[in-house]
Write a protein that binds this ligand. Structure first.
Ligand code: AMP
Length: 122
């Protein structure tokens, strides 16, 4: 997969209201919504509203949005019932297994502990 560009980018289309999403938070910089295929009881995606394909393209112009993504994570996690810890993941590029080429931060939480960060191969 690679950058589809803002016209056909699925997350840009959610920002523009062209496809539905279960939104949980929005401000002028970022949008948060439930992941369509949740991998934990709490699984929310936080995205910058502007189209930034991956962290490789992130630049000074995006600092405000990228900062907001982290700054609102705790508030979103609490609002979703995750008051005893959560994990954020930001997959990047092929090796990072990034599926959607619009920067997004996963917020994942139990209630049960999530286990190790990566499964061991040996
Ligand atoms: P990643 O592997 O980090 O690129 O994760 C992309 C995530 O986007 C996956 O967890 C998908 O389930 C999620 N996703 C893809 N399309 C949608 C959508 N239309 N609404 C909500 N989540 C989506």
């Amino acid at each position: 997969m690679s950058d589809p560009g803002p016209q056909s980018c699925v997350f840009c289309r959610i920002v523009r209201g062209e496809i539905p999403a279960r939104k949980v938070y929005e401000d002028e910089e970022v949008l948060a919504f439930h992941d369509i295929r949740p991998q934990a009881p709490v699984h929310v995606l936080v995205i910058p509203k502007a189209h930034v394909p991956t962290l490789y393209e992130a630049a000074a112009a995006h600092e405000r949005a990228l900062g907001r993504m982290l700054a609102c994570a705790g508030e979103i996690a609490r609002a979703e019932g995750a008051s005893d810890g959560f994990r954020v993941i930001l997959n990047t590029g092929r090796v990072g297994n990034q599926e959607v080429y619009h920067v997004h931060m996963h917020i994942l939480a139990g209630p049960a502990p999530l286990g190790p960060m990566l499964s061991r191969r040996n």
